[in-house]
Design a protein. Structure first.
Length: 485
């Protein structure tokens, strides 16, 4: 059987993508109400729950000669005080100072010789608040499983929930030798594929089911290949990036996005893409870019994590290419086009095809996977990443203090100077904007355009007029207030 501590092909690809200036950690800035806890109090709280997420005490061990994917091993030198950092904001301690600090923290790559995470306690935030900056390598966790871990480390009530202590004190397992790592990898390569095939046959009952699933997957692969044949158009967001980052955010109201969706049709994700396209178009025109009939391409990660996998570490994510018609200045026309094209993309099975390809990467020799990942990072299949992660719709607490807001970060791939991550939490729908420090010097301008794009569509959706002409012969009607979401 495969080593359960070995990285999957997809997890391993995030290590190969991390070259030069492309840091592959996901991150978030959490703002919390109340006085900051003492540093030792926070460290103790985290240590008391680390047995719930044992990966956080493990580091990578690499197979000699690249003959296998890395494995997670216990770190015999694990020190929680290395991973939990402590700092404070300069005066006046506003959100601008917090954004600059977050940009600097998120600019630093994680040390691969240690467990791949950090948590920063930030004091000095105005209005009796403090912040937590979290960083976790993408090889360890994707956005959706990261949310699950947050709900483990946080509390769902002001009174901290009691956590059962581990049955025994944690003691690191002995580190495997290079010879053992190499032997295990070669043995798995020779024996595990047959076990996987037998497992798939046991899962898919009946030849008709097998044929149907195979047909769906092949159609999806074809759709994904066809979508990727056309490279993304040139844009100011596709330039060489450096190691430094700017980070900012835009606060949003989930109820407002649902109201737009109810009034004008589509899904909340369609509305998100529409306001992002509107903001990018405004920003490009402000900088003298010609956007006539221009459609940018967004890479939209899609979770394929089953309900039974909630809370499991590792990546269970696929992707779709989504259109961003930045040349359409009319917000309703823009939303309708995105809605129509996203419906077609979903029907084409792109996400299914991407999932199959990531599963097949587990069979490929690691050196081939590494080269494929590097090749992909140099291509221009997309202009920007837009990822929307559903978060818990109830308040979370840290040592009795309520989590006020959460702003996510998506890493920047090579030649991609902008990433937009969206996360819902307790009625909010907040946008985290990550930009290359030099390529997006005015990232706050882009944030303002995003706010304007949201308000523009919200005003139209809440207008008393009953109908809005969107295309010849097609209309959308604004339903009465309070429509079901």
């Amino acid at each position: 059987m495969a080593n359960p501590d070995r990285l999957t092909g997809l997890d391993s690809s995030f290590l190969h993508l991390e070259r030069d200036s492309a840091h592959m950690h996901v991150a978030a800035c959490a703002i919390i109400r109340g006085a900051a806890p003492a540093y030792h109090e926070l460290v103790a709280a985290i240590v008391s729950r680390l047995h719930l997420v044992p990966r956080y005490r493990q580091r990578l061990a690499f197979v000699p000669l690249d003959q296998g994917r890395p494995v997670w091993v216990d770190d015999p030198h694990f020190k929680p005080t290395y991973h939990v950092r402590h700092t404070a904001l300069p005066r006046p301690g506003g959100e601008d100072e917090l954004k600059r600090l977050a940009g600097r923290v998120f600019s630093q790559a994680l040390d691969r010789a240690k467990p791949l995470w950090e948590l920063w306690l930030v004091e000095g935030l105005e209005d009796e608040r403090f912040a937590l900056l979290s960083k976790t390598h993408h090889a360890l966790v994707d956005g959706v499983s990261g949310v699950d871990i947050a709900t483990v480390l946080f509390d769902a009530s002001p009174e901290p929930m009691p956590v059962a202590p581990p049955e025994q004190e944690w003691l690191p397992r002995p580190l495997p030798s290079d010879a053992q790592l190499l032997a295990d990898a070669l043995l798995e390569r020779a024996t595990v594929p047959g076990e996987i095939v037998r497992g798939v046959r046991a899962t898919l009952r009946g030849p008709r089911h097998v044929a149907s699933r195979l047909g769906e997957s092949l159609v999806g692969v074809g759709a994904m290949a066809w979508a990727g044949m056309n490279p993304a158009p040139p844009s100011p967001f596709n330039v060489k990036i450096g190691p430094h980052r700017r980070f900012t955010w835009v606060r949003g109201d989930l109820a407002q996005f649902k109201a737009i969706k109810n009034a004008l049709g589509g899904t909340v994700n369609d509305v998100v893409l529409a306001v992002v396209a509107g903001a990018l178009g405004r920003y490009m025109r402000l900088h003298g870019e010609n956007t006539d009939e221009l459609v940018l391409k967004a890479m939209v990660p899609v979770s394929v994590r089953a309900d039974v996998e909630q809370g499991a570490l590792g990546n269970r994510v696929s992707a779709m290419w989504a259109p961003l018609p930045v040349g359409l200045s009319d917000p309703v026309q823009r939303l309708l086009r995105i809605r129509r094209e996203m419906d077609g993309i979903k029907d084409s099975g792109q996400a299914v095809g991407a999932q199959l390809l990531t599963q097949l990467s587990g069979f490929a020799p690691p050196t081939i996977v590494a080269q494929a990942a590097r090749l992909q990072s140099r291509q221009r299949f997309f202009n920007v990443v837009v990822t929307n992660v559903p978060g818990p719709q109830f308040p979370l607490y840290v040592l009795g203090r309520e989590l006020d807001a959460l702003f996510p970060l998506v890493p920047l791939a090579k030649n991609t100077a902008l990433g937009i991550a969206i996360m819902s939490y307790n009625g909010q729908l907040n946008f985290g904007l990550t930009g290359d420090y030099d390529a997006l010097r005015d990232i706050e301008t882009l944030a303002e355009e995003l706010r304007s794009s949201i308000e523009e569509l919200a005003d139209i959706a809440s207008a008393p007029t009953a109908e809005v002409q969107v295309l010849p012969g097609l209309t959308v009607s604004s339903p009465a207030a309070g429509a079901d979401s």
